[in-house]
Design a protein around this ligand. Structure first.
Ligand code: 13P
Length: 261
């Protein structure tokens, strides 16, 4: 069974005080209405907050903390970068790889993303591989081709998924308030799952969780949570607000995996 999930990508936002305040309010709010185990929640804060947030949550908390980035190399002279062992020892169990902001603003190409994915797999950190087309690619009918290339290049030479999740985030929907049509998001999620079935096995595809990301809000989450191939959401802007992210998480938990209540 695929446990539905709500993942919060805070990007470069919040102070340490605000991050801890979020934890303080979010956790009791979440489990006041839904059962523990009915949803997986991972928060991806700025890296210096990984350890303090992990401490604030406590060891037994069902909420995970993830990193927004990882360096491809194991260690070494890479000023300002974070290795797998650094983020893992700080308490991160998950890492975002291939986010469109990393691809577009920081110039990470598919080859670099493949190296980062390999690093996460070797360092036993659960990768969330982000894929998605830009507006030009969608309008020219190339969305699936682009996503397939991103998937194939990321996993080239890798034989395991490492419990990976795949996030479909159309670039034109990120931070713009423009959502993908639910039928288009479902078609792409199904396409991604089919690719996983072909590249790995149908069993792997059946258990892999696929997220939708791009202007998810409390108002529109139910349109995605009910889709058969979308299990989770990767939320940017709306995850900064405790109340909004709580509403999103609860709606996902209630919809169940792939929308099956
Ligand atoms: P928004 O929810 O702000 O569109 O951001 C989505 C995103 O980039 C999550 O990784």
């Amino acid at each position: 069974m695929r446990i539905p999930c709500a993942y919060a990508n805070w990007k470069m936002n919040k102070t340490l005080f605000e991050a801890l305040d979020f934890v303080y309010k979010f956790v009791p709010g979440l489990f006041s209405e839904i059962k523990e185990g009915s949803i997986g929640v991972t928060i991806f804060p700025p890296a210096p907050f990984i350890w303090p947030m992990r401490q604030e949550l406590g060891e037994s908390s069902p909420i995970f903390i993830g990193a927004q980035n990882i360096h491809a190399e194991k260690e070494g002279a890479f000023t300002g970068e974070l290795s797998g062992s650094i983020i893992r020892s700080a308490g991160a169990t998950h890492v975002l790889i291939g986010h469109s902001e990393r691809r577009n603003i920081f110039g990470e190409d598919n080859a670099m993303i493949a190296k980062k994915l390999g690093r996460a797999l070797r360092d036993r950190i659960i990768p969330i591989l982000c894929v998605g087309e830009n507006l030009r690619e969608r309008e020219s009918g190339k969305a699936k081709e682009i996503v397939e290339e991103q998937l194939a290049m990321a996993w080239e030479g890798q034989e395991v998924t490492g419990g990976a999740l795949i996030a479909y985030e159309p670039v034109w929907a990120i931070g713009t308030g423009k959502n993908a049509e639910p039928k288009d998001a479902q078609a792409m999620a199904e396409f991604v799952r089919d690719w996983v079935a072909r590249y790995f096995t149908p069993e792997t595809a059946g258990t892999m969780r696929i997220l939708y990301g791009g202007s998810v809000s409390p108002e529109n989450i139910s349109n995605y949570a009910k889709l058969p191939d979308i299990d989770c959401a990767l939320v940017g802007g709306a995850s900064l607000d405790t109340k909004a992210f709580l509403e999103i998480a609860k709606a996902i938990a209630k919809a169940g995996p792939g929308g099956a209540v």
